[in-house]
Design a protein around this ligand. Structure first.
Ligand code: G3H
Ligand code: 13P
Ligand code: ZN
Length: 307
């Protein structure tokens, strides 16, 4: 059942687990996410970036989600706009039936971020849609813009408290040291868990971890077996995710792991069956690999069995 992100995450917050928020751009990955949720008996958030909307259309992405939510009516699911960069972008997603929007005005200063977020909250709440905002700035790639070290910053807990109180936002993504993509840490993985706990203590809302892909060894190996190159890649280890959930994370954003798991299988068919021309014979094993990876992830997040 398609429900508000606020309702879904409030339950996770109250019970101390996290829901995976998985990005998709096409039917096959959406099917893989729902199939995993069905097998693991897990609530899910499916989410689309502005890039996904540009690629497939908000109407198509909503239609895919709606169709799958009707096929699996027992699965609580929210459809989230990931990293909406403007008020207009959020309103467009809401108008297309999204049940959650992230307004990512983290590239603006605090006061501007607060003002834009307040406006989004006003519109979203009038139609029962949940709102996420980001404070601090993650490193990595957002919509093809590279956010480098000097532009990245960690969340300030006092600002987070003021921001949540004044904006009325339902869930908050505090920057605590993760980054998007496959190359998250130069040395050993490190996250600011104490900072996270302080933000949770001061805000009392569900918190969101962006850039949370783990790049599990077997997924990396399957990609590299076909000659793929992920040298130097490093994700957020599973035990870090568990610790982050104990510290107050209730939404775990994951895109890179799905991309790698999917493309590893496409690459395998390209390599092993050079005459294969039927797209279904590429996408079937790719879809199955994403499902298997996600079932394992839902167990790590503690959302498995929570339906
Ligand atoms: O946060 C970024 C997500 O992985 C979406 O990436 O903008 O390439 O669709 P995208
Ligand atoms: P990853 O790149 O770690 O999968 O993060 C995705 C994300 O944060 C989407 O908002
Ligand atoms: Zn993100």
């Amino acid at each position: 059942m398609l429900i508000s992100g606020a309702k879904l995450l409030r339950k996770a917050h109250d019970s101390g687990y996290a829901v995976g928020a998985f990005n998709f751009n096409n039917m096959e990955i959406a099917q893989a996410i729902f199939e995993a949720a069905n097998e693991a008996a897990s609530p899910i958030i499916v989410q689309c970036s502005e890039g996904a909307i540009k690629y497939a259309g908000a109407d198509m992405l909503y239609a895919i989600t709606k169709t799958l939510s009707e096929k699996y009516p027992h699965i609580p699911v929210a459809l989230n706009l990931d990293h909406g960069t403007s008020f207009e972008s959020c309103v467009n997603a809401i108008a297309h039936g999204f049940t959650s929007v992230m307004i990512d005005a983290s590239h603006h200063n605090f006061d501007e971020n607060l003002a834009i977020t307040k406006e989004v909250v006003r519109v979203a709440h009038s139609v029962g849609v949940g709102v996420e905002a980001e404070l601090g700035r993650l490193m990595g790639i957002e919509d093809n813009i590279v956010v480098e070290g000097k532009n990245a910053s960690l969340v300030d807990p006092a600002e987070a408290e003021k921001f949540v109180k004044e904006s009325g936002v339902d869930y908050l993504a505090p920057a605590i040291g993760t980054s998007h993509g496959a190359f998250k840490f130069k040395g050993e993985p490190k996250l600011e868990f104490e900072l996270l706990k302080e933000v949770k203590r001061r805000t009392g809302v569900p918190l969101v971890l962006h850039g949370a892909s783990s790049i599990p060894d077997e997924v990396r190996a399957s990609f590299e077996q076909t000659g793929g190159d992920l040298k130097g890649s490093k994700g957020v280890p599973a035990n870090f995710l568990e610790e982050a959930i104990k510290g107050g994370i209730n939404k775990v954003n994951t895109d890179t792991d799905l991309r790698i798991a999917f493309m590893a299988q496409v690459r395998k068919v390209v390599k092993e069956s050079p005459s294969e021309i039927d797209p279904r014979n590429y996408f079937k094993p790719a879809r199955a690999a994403v499902t298997a990876m996600l079932i394992a992830r839902m167990k790590v997040l503690g959302s498995a069995g929570k339906i």
